[in-house]
Ligand binder design. Structure first.
Ligand code: NAD
Length: 424
């Protein structure tokens, strides 16, 4: 694998443009057909809805809801639903495209989609969130479908929202198909292992990369940004593999302890504090903007997009970045990471464990037969290791970064699907 710089994409205001910039670099390197490139530069379907919701004070608030289907060349579209204040059409489009590439990298029979609602879930009551989720499900009744478009949780959503959306979708359509949504609670057709799956994928990718770098897990330390679904499970699983976690952080506080943070204590603390870390005493609190720059071998950004800017990239001390979040590295930072010979396991590979187990959930729902957690984890780890190897090999063959190698892996499969079906 080479970390040589490949025509670094330029800075972009639009997140979707940033996706296209990397797509173009990979397409050129692998000689992707012009037709397939053109098709993938344009999402298949974009839906925007207005969602009027009665708030607890009796007043009506109207929320913006989005769903973008980027591609369906390899199967029905798949992708999460995000509740956040900065949700917008461009972001949803970018995340939908990443889902197409992520599913293809993981070799899943899916295209890509993404949805979101512009709202602040932390400022809403449970009742308001339920009414909002139900309004969204109703508005998307012609978009979602067990063999059409299958949502899942993302930032700001969890099994709870998936259960409401499933219930409302089934009421509106008259269907009873649990596979129309994944990331559900276990009691209503969720899969064992789904909750921890994205963090588990981060762990498997980290171990695979360390092996290529001839580093032992017990000899390295890591910093994890974000302590939600992805970050907390990643930190726990990495520490269980012997990696010393020296830094953690969420939107309330960031912490560093060079001797290592007891992740079980941090998890217990967060569970008792509405899922936040502010006030944790097992490490020294540091400024948020210092967390990514701390001395460590492995850096796992698992919170937000665009946190690794050019400036940050030049100061990062880690040798390995494993992208738990979607889009944490800005395209213009890629070349600095490559020049510094930092190995970066890109989001479309590193966090594909979640959609992989979502796929297993869908398969189990269709079969009406459920697997043990051990079976799910074993199948997950095998798929993830194969995906890592495929990307590593492409990066080596095409003398490029793992990021572009991952795009090439995805594009090879999508191009094959398009050609075999003979339709765009
Ligand atoms: P989550 O809502 O469970 O957790 C988000 C975490 O980020 C929280 O700990 C929050 O405090 C933290 N955070 C928010 N703002 C922050 C800030 N300014 N500084 C530091 N921390 C901040 O979300 P999640 O599901 O863990 O998703 C995190 C990322 O992983 C997102 O980019 C998401 O798209 C991606 N992702 C999630 C999944 C999944 O299965 N949940 C799968 C693939 C990718």
């Amino acid at each position: 694998m080479s970390t040589q710089t490949v025509n670094a994409p330029q800075a972009h205001d639009s997140m979707f443009e940033a996706v296209l910039a990397r797509l173009d670099v990979a397409a050129k390197l692998m000689n992707l057909s012009e037709e397939v490139t053109k098709v993938l530069r344009n999402p298949k379907k974009e839906v925007k809805v207005s969602l009027p919701v009665v708030m607890d004070n009796g007043k009506i608030e109207v929320f913006e809801g989005y769903r973008t289907v980027h591609s369906t060349h390899l199967g029905p579209s798949k992708g999460g639903i995000r509740y956040a204040l900065d949700v917008n059409a461009d972001e949803v489009k970018a995340l939908a495209a990443w889902m197409s590439f992520k599913c293809a990298v993981a070799n899943l029979p899916y295209g890509g989609a993404k949805g979101g609602i512009k709202c602040d879930p932390r400022a809403m009551s449970v009742g308001e969130l339920e009414r909002l989720s139900r309004a969204y499900a109703k508005a998307m009744k012609d978009v979602f479908g067990v063999n059409r478009d299958i949502p899942a949780p993302d930032m700001g959503t969890s099994g709870r929202e998936m259960a409401w959306i499933l219930d409302e979708f089934n009421k509106v359509t008259g269907d009873d198909s649990p596979g129309v949504i994944t990331g559900k609670p276990i009691a209503i057709g969720g899969s064992l292992g789904r909750d921890a799956a994205t963090g588990r994928g981060v762990m498997v990718n980290t171990l695979a990369a360390l092996k290529k770098m001839n580093l032992k897990p017990t000899d390295v330390c890591a910093v994890v940004q974000g302590f939600g679904n992805v970050g907390s499970h990643a930190a726990r699983l990495l520490s269980e593999k012997g990696i010393k976690i020296v830094g953690i952080g969420d939107h309330t506080a960031s912490f560093y302890n060079e001797k290592g943070i007891n992740i079980k204590d941090a998890l217990d603390f967060s569970a008792k504090n509405k899922g936040t870390l502010k006030g944790f005493t097992g490490a020294t609190e540091i400024a948020h903007d210092q967390l990514l720059l701390c001395k460590c071998d492995v850096l796992v950004p698992a919170a937000l997009q665009n946190v690794i800017t050019e400036e940050y990239a030049s100061k990062i001390q880690a040798k390995l970045i494993v992208e738990g979040a979607n889009g944490p590295t800005m395209p213009e930072a890629d070349h600095i990471i490559n020049e510094k010979k930092i190995i970066c396991v890109p989001d479309i590979l590193a966090n594909s464990g979640g959609v992989t187990v979502s796929y297993f959930e869908w398969v189990q729902n269709k079969a009406g037969y459920y697997w043990s957690e051990e079976e799910v984890n074993t199948k997950h780890d095998i798929k993830m290791e194969l995906a890592f190897e495929n990307v590593w090999n492409n990066a080596t063959t095409f003398k490029t970064s793992m990021r572009i190698g991952a795009y090439i892996s995805a594009l090879q499969r999508i191009e094959q699907g398009v050609k075999l079906k003979g339709s765009y």
